[in-house]
Design a protein. Structure first.
Length: 329
């Protein structure tokens, strides 16, 4: 359960260790309806094997031809990165199958030194956010700690990208449904935290879902300890008001982009009335609660319900990312 870009780097490292030549390609900038976002990563092995994608298949064949020619002629011996642009004209966009006249600006760099790859993979494996900066003139790479919300930056001299979980999810409750939601969220590059004061539940989930991290304390303590920001989702799934409501009181007053709670429509109405009467939450704050949690898919099983929850989170996340102001890549 790894992000695509980290999987690309892991493949590139393995290929390099096996003696292959490897070229990395990063999407620097897009115009129009480009199929892959800025920051997307591709690794090309010297025999044409690929890991990742920068265009969904539109320009990969041409990139393979370019890199294989470079390895054959010895031009790939240089460690200096180079910029490539596809789709400058409508004719070229049509030739490469870029939709709606889309244009891609790519950075191509031979992978010569892999210490930074090893260090980046080690740090992201412990849920750290890592900023990678490459200087175009020399190919030198520097790693530094990144902050949630930082995005790709390119000033013509240095390209900086961020690796690691840019979004996070706090689950209240560690039952069967939480296990499935946690697994799906990890696949989508969320940092997953789980709070459940019931030791047997928490231990079972952590054993079943490598990568999830336990948030200690009672639910309201766990929410305050984050604290939630605009890249945090909080979902209460215990079905026990004594636990769920504690977290929701704090979550609904926070900057969390998504707050959801398990329960029927009748239970949600009773919950909102209870929270309004006893905890002085405003109507605007209560309106932020997604309940019943998840999209209406007719879900019945834990896996189906998990799909509906994660799908709604992604839907809201996409709206947040497209709104004005800083947002993760």
């Amino acid at each position: 359960m790894e992000s695509l870009d980290l999987r690309v780097l892991a493949d590139a490292l393995a290929w390099h260790r096996a003696g292959h030549g490897v070229t990395l390609v990063t999407v620097v900038e897009t115009w129009g309806s480009a199929p892959r976002p800025a920051g997307a990563l591709l690794a090309i092995r010297d025999d044409g094997v690929l890991s990742g994608s920068v265009s969904g298949g539109c320009v990969e064949d041409d990139l393979i031809a370019r890199t294989q020619a470079a390895w054959t002629t010895g031009k790939a011996d240089s460690s200096t990165p180079s910029l490539i642009v596809y789709g400058v004209s409508k004719e070229e966009a049509a030739r490469f199958g870029l939709p709606c006249g889309g244009t891609l600006r790519l950075l191509q760099e031979p992978l010569r030194e892999v210490t930074w790859v090893e260090q980046l993979l080690e740090r992201t494996a412990t849920q750290q956010l890592v900023r990678r900066s490459v200087t175009l003139a020399t190919g030198a790479v520097q790693l530094s700690a990144a902050q949630r919300g930082q995005t790709l930056e390119f000033d013509g001299i240095t390209l900086s990208t961020v690796f690691g979980p840019k979004w996070r999810l706090l689950l209240i409750g560690a039952g069967q449904l939480s296990q499935v939601v946690a697994q799906m969220a990890l696949l989508l590059d969320f940092e997953v935290l789980v709070c459940d004061p019931r030791e047997e539940y928490a231990s079972t989930l952590l054993a079943a879902v490598p990568g999830a991290v336990r948030a200690q304390g009672m639910p309201d303590d766990a929410v305050r300890a984050l604290p939630p920001d605009a890249h945090t989702a909080i979902v209460a799934l215990t079905h026990d008001p004594k636990l769920d409501d504690m977290a929701l009181i704090e979550a609904l007053q926070s900057e969390a982009f998504y707050v959801g709670a398990l329960g029927s429509r009748r239970n949600q109405q009773a919950r909102k009335q209870r929270l309004a009467e006893h905890f002085d939450l405003t109507a605007e704050q209560l309106d932020r609660l997604h309940g019943p949690v998840g999209l209406t898919l007719g879900a019945k099983t834990p896996a189906e319900i998990a799909v509906s929850i994660v799908a709604e989170m992604v839907q809201v996340k996409a709206a947040v990312a497209q709104s004005p102001g800083p947002a993760p890549v």
